[in-house]
Design a protein around this ligand. Sequence first.
Ligand code: GDP
Length: 312
Amino acid sequence: MADTVLLTGGRGFFGRRIAEALTANGYEVATPGRPEFDLLDAGSVERMVKQIKPHTVVHSAAYYGGLGICVAEPARIFHDNTLMCVNILDAMPKAGVKRFVSVGSACAYPGNVVGDMKEDDFWSGPLHPSVEAYGFMKKIQQVGAHAYAKQFKIEAQFPQITNLYGENDVFTEYRSHVVAALIKRFADAKLSGAKEVVCWGTGKPVREFIYSGDAAEAIARLMKTDYAEPLNVGTGIGTTIKELSELVAKHTGFAGKIVWDTSKPDGVMRKVLDVSRLKQVLNWTPPTSLDAGLAKTITWYLANKETADARP
Ligand code: GDP
């Protein structure tokens, strides 16, 4: 019989891609969520895990978003994500869970790494202040997973995911990451016939973007192994925000002027993962280029604009 996986956040933007990838790889996937269960309530989480009795818990649920929300709501980001993590870890031994997959983030790396971020850089310095609450909470998740692994013999795996984009992302100004934010802004400008689009910062920061379906596939492939060290999941390809804006302009058909609002934050200047370990451990590289992934995402967005824009 297929192993049962309890996937938190399995109905969200990334979670639904993880659910698809796990199902395609032969797992039985449960994606419980509200209103039946509340991850902020320890009793509710214990009931959930005891009811589903999974072999593996994949923890992907998170309260988060792009740079905007990280600056506006660090306390809630710290509180909700830490509480969810603690509740889930603590319920696992009570229900005989054998493995915990901690969905991590490139935000948890120090803000001052020179060059591409290797797994061994993880504890080498302070976080960038703009993402400190979310990034540090992902460090707490790693420490917690180690603690439960040691005391309760629950295996743990640590995929560290770079900036995601894809269908079903959050496109609203307040929570969106840069790719979704720019897709909405350039698409709106094209539709309204606006002459210019304003983007945040200087356009100089460098980010790495992975298509959500590829990152989900990486998690499914990692779970087929017993690899228990942190593993970067990214493309290793850095793109400036300016280059990204030009690509989004091309795919949305916007031919006007791109203006940079330097009163808005740049965030960390460079965030690109070293992916040599990913290639070695999984013998695989993410197949979707940024150009192809943007084309798919923008096609989806334009076909679903009303629902996508209405998602808080
Ligand atoms: P980060 O990678 O955690 O910093 O998060 P984001 O995905 O939000 O990327 C932020 C980078 O994109 C920063 O350099 C921003 O200055 C830049 N950026 C440009 N325009 C926007 C925008 O409209 N929204 C967001 N979130 N970032 C933008």
